[in-house]
Design a protein around this ligand. Structure first.
Ligand SMILES: *Cc1c(COP(=O)(O)O)cnc(C)c1O
Length: 358
């Protein structure tokens, strides 16, 4: 191993108290340490460090502030009943980080090394992985461009960090179906844009639509394709599935939809049960027609945060589609129980998805 890859660990001498209960709002409490890695043109990624969690200093001309050259990931560490700590398909997150980076002209990282660094960080912060049912330690790797330069061009210097945040149960009172607004004014992403990357601008550009939807009593928006406003893409930070007259359907990855690891896992899990998922274009008209015909059986969002988020109602151009009488569908519940069961070691992991941190 080259010297620049040797991990340096600086332990915190001022450890924080852990939150007493796990009902903390998402992403507001951070652990004692964070991981940092630097990039410089000519030198590559170097100086891996685990240091006490805290603010960082950046030049006001750092390119991240001006042109938003940044990518991120979201994953979790779970506590099993017998006290072990599991990660869920973590290699997929670093693979996707590199895909996002490619789109944003950020240099790729060594995926294997990243997994090793993450493992060391989690090992050090093991006591921060909460044990209450439904809780986990949220992991946020991200990269920012740090070069001080106002030129509109890819930066020559970057910083990668991993921060950790204990999170409570997404649904405090059990799985609760949400109300979703089908957005036909604003656009999240278009083919050829950055929709397939986890990059900052995709999210802040959705806030206005989300705020409008919330004012009207919806929890989030379902985005349609940016050109015809006809085909379904995904929810804020979740992919979407429909059960129509027995068939499971999800929009095909088309370059503007984020390739969710939960989405992939659901398709593979259903496949292992002998149930195929049609990945194709799904028009909102098709969904409305299925609803009118009484064939819209289940709708659910999928993502790391909630795993499965049942949708109880879709609102589109003043038309209301109530799904399964605002109740959780049988398949949604079964998928939720199985995937969260695998993640926390309660259910056998036949597809080898979990990685123990030890
Ligand atoms: C992160 C994300 C998802 C879900 O991805 P997972 O890997 O399943 O967590 C879906 N859509 C968007 C826009 C996202 O940012």
């Amino acid at each position: 191993m080259v010297n620049t890859y040797q991990l340096e660990v600086v332990e915190s001498t001022n450890k924080k108290d852990k939150p007493l209960h796990d009902q903390v709002p998402f992403g507001t409490i951070f652990t004692d340490h964070m991981f940092t890695l630097e990039y410089e043109e000519g030198k590559g990624w170097h100086e891996p460090k685990i240091v006490p969690y805290g603010p960082i200093t950046l030049d006001p001309a750092a390119m991240i502030f001006h042109y938003g050259q940044t990518v991120f990931e979201g994953m979790k560490a779970y506590r099993t009943e017998d006290g072990r700590v599991l990660l869920f398909r973590p290699e997929k997150n670093f693979e996707r980080l590199n895909l996002s980076s490619e789109r944003l002209s950020i240099p790729p990282v060594d995926e294997k090394a990243m997994l090793e660094y993450l493992t060391e960080l989690i090992k050090l912060e093991k006591n921060w992985v909460p044990a209450t049912q439904g809780t986990s330690l949220y992991i946020r790797p991200f990269i920012i461009s740090t070069e001080a330069n106002l030129a509109v061009a890819p930066a020559k210097a970057y910083k990668l960090m991993i921060i950790l945040s204990p999170v409570g149960s997404y649904f405090t009172g059990g799985l609760t179906p949400v109300i979703i607004h089908v957005e036909d004014q604003f656009t999240r992403a278009v083919k050829g844009g950055t929709g397939m990357a986890k990059t900052a601008g995709n999210y802040s550009s959705g806030y206005q639509a989300q705020a409008n939807a919330k004012k009207a009593g919806n929890a989030d928006v379902l985005w349609l394709d940016g050109i015809e406003k006809k085909y379904i893409e995904e929810v804020g930070s979740m992919n979407i599935f429909f059960k129509i007259n027995g068939e499971i359907v999800t929009p095909a990855l088309n370059g503007s939809i984020l390739n969710g690891i939960t989405r992939t896992s659901i398709i593979e899990l259903l496949g292992s049960w002998g149930i195929s998922v049609a990945q194709r274009k799904v028009s909102v008209n098709e969904i409305y027609e299925a609803y009118e015909a009484g064939q819209l059986e289940e709708v659910f969002g999928t993502g790391t945060a909630a795993v499965i988020s049942p949708v109880g109602e879709l609102n589109w151009q003043g038309k209301k589609m109530v799904v399964n009488n605002h109740q959780i569908g049988e398949l949604s519940q079964k998928l939720y129980d199985t995937i969260t069961g695998i993640q926390t070691g309660k259910v056998e992991d036949p597809l080898g998805w979990t990685v123990e941190v030890k």
